[in-house]
Ligand binder design. Structure first.
Ligand code: BG6
Length: 485
């Protein structure tokens, strides 16, 4: 037998993501027969009450995907159990240890990170941090390097590094893994993947949602810490890293750390030129009138809900190639993409349909659709006296579709990550030194902001951030991608 314990088992993350992910995995026969899933939380409810709530969330998600069936549910329900615990108390956790006995336990901490240190200490004392046990940590672990180290040190006293699984759910997304496949499963791209051929890279994570009632957390963090420190830097690492010698956890993560170490420090002299902070004011998003962040927060605040940064990677492969990153709330669309912009032709001998040659561009789109596409120039059919070229976009993602030409179900990113954590594979999890380097770089950015007193510029909800974001690229003769993948 093995056990998966969900601390915070009745909370938002568990109910919206983790338990439905587990249902889908079970439905596909991917969970070991003897795996027990135990929800552990403060609320005093019976296992039957808990299981009824889990059923409701799994059923609604699975029906939406045509994946609900009673037999799968019966299998999942038989695994489920619930225990009311105070996870910060070793005494209370002894009851959990009694339930799991000697079997290996994977504990997922889906609770406020402010409790992590106390929980892992209590787990250790209760015998839930033995050699075969693992712990999975949701972000954010810390708010800066110091607080990260403080929490992580407590984790490190209870568990050894191979037992710790720091989640970045972006790494569980199918297209993010496909980026690894594209780069290292083909020979055609890798020789071009460098400063000789690539002009710049753009990473955009645009969201239409606002901060709403998440402000108590968000106001402390802002877009830099909430999105850029983790998801965006992880994407940057996967684009920029050297080919690892193997797909095992250490080979991949060693390469990612090297990229983080090569990020050029952003000093206060540079901050205004290479970074932009924004905060949304009222506007219209997807046809709805929405209020400003300050109205949601209820008082003036200088937390950024938008950030754009030019990052430079100081190594041979990427010298002189800017990586532009932007992310924000209340933008016009939910759009997550990585744009690899190749260099322009050195010399053109053609006419062009719209007068301009277009340089090749690869778009790795994660949202709203998952796709990888490559724009190339092609001859326009016809007998024009001079050959005319036009851009065509080739999708490189036909393999994403099944035989009936329908795309497979879009998985919840946690499905892959839960399965890997249960199998002890930490390739898609963040190692301590990676998180440390990412915090270090991000801390320097926020210190530079404090030094130059850079406050967020307003942007109207429903637009692509403050003007400064367009200026960041325009100053270098470039522009954010506006075409669809
Ligand atoms: C989370 C952030 O990590 O990622 C949220 O805390 C954000 O603020 C979310 O909305 C975005 O995730 P996704 O998968 O919807 O792009």
């Amino acid at each position: 037998m093995a056990a998966l314990v969900l601390f915070g088992g009745g909370g938002d993350l568990a109910m919206r993501m983790l338990l439905p992910s587990l249902y889908f995995l079970d439905h596909e026969g991917r969970l070991a027969d003897d795996l027990k899933i135990i929800g552990a939380a403060r609320s005093d409810e019976t296992a039957a009450e808990y299981i009824a709530k889990v059923r409701a969330t799994c059923e609604s998600k699975a029906r939406a995907e045509n994946a609900w069936d009673e037999a799968s549910w019966a299998r999942m329900a038989a695994r489920l159990d619930y225990l009311a615990v105070d996870a910060t108390s070793a005494d209370s956790l002894k009851a959990l240890k009694d339930k799991t006995g000697d079997c290996p336990v994977t504990s997922f901490l889906a609770v406020s990170p402010s409790l992590y240190s106390r929980i892992v200490t209590a787990m250790k004392a209760a015998g839930l941090a033995e050699a075969g046990d693992r712990v999975v940590l949701e972000k954010p672990v810390g708010r800066d390097l110091d607080s990260f180290l403080e929490i992580d040190d407590a984790v490190g006293h209870a568990f050894s590094e191979p037992q710790v699984f720091r989640i970045d759910h972006y790494l569980g997304k199918e297209t993010v893994q496909n980026l690894i496949a594209l780069r290292f499963g083909n020979t055609v791209f890798e020789p071009l993947w460098n400063a000789q051929n690539i002009d710049h890279v753009q990473i955009t994570i645009g969201e239409t949602v606002g901060v709403g009632d998440r402000w108590p957390y968000y106001d402390e963090y802002g877009a830099l810490r909430d999105m850029l420190q983790n998801h965006m830097l992880q994407l940057l690492c996967l684009v920029a890293m050297e080919p690892p010698s193997d797909l095992d956890a250490d080979s991949v993560r060693n390469e990612k750390v090297k990229v983080l170490r090569s990020l050029r420090r952003i000093t206060y002299e540079e901050a205004d030129r290479v970074t932009v902070r924004g905060q949304y004011v009222g506007g219209i998003v997807e046809g709805e009138t929405v209020e400003s962040y300050e109205a949601e927060r209820g008082q003036p605040t200088d937390t950024e809900t938008f950030v754009a940064i030019r990052a430079d990677i100081d190594n041979w492969r990427w010298a002189g190639v800017p990586f532009f990153m932007r992310t924000g709330k209340r933008l016009p669309e939910k759009r997550t993409e990585i744009v690899i912009q190749f260099k322009p032709l050195p010399h053109s001998i053609f006419d062009y349909e719209d007068g301009e040659p277009q340089a090749n561009r690869m778009i790795i789109a994660l949202q709203p659709e998952e796709d990888i596409s490559l724009t190339i120039m092609n001859k326009k059919a016809g007998l024009d006296a001079r050959m005319q070229l036009q851009p065509i976009k080739m999708s490189l993602s036909w393999g994403f579709r099944d035989r009936n030409d329908t795309p497979p179900r879009r998985r919840i990113a946690y499905e892959r990550l839960l399965l890997d954590a249960l199998a002890g594979d930490s390739t898609l999890f963040v190692r301590r030194d990676e998180a440390e380097q990412a915090w270090k770089w991000v801390d320097e950015v926020s210190e530079a902001w404090a030094d130059v007193k850079q406050t967020p510029q307003d942007y109207v909800a429903g637009t692509w951030g403050p003007d400064g974001s367009d200026m960041l690229l325009a100053r270098t003769g470039r522009a954010w991608n506006t075409t669809d993948a």
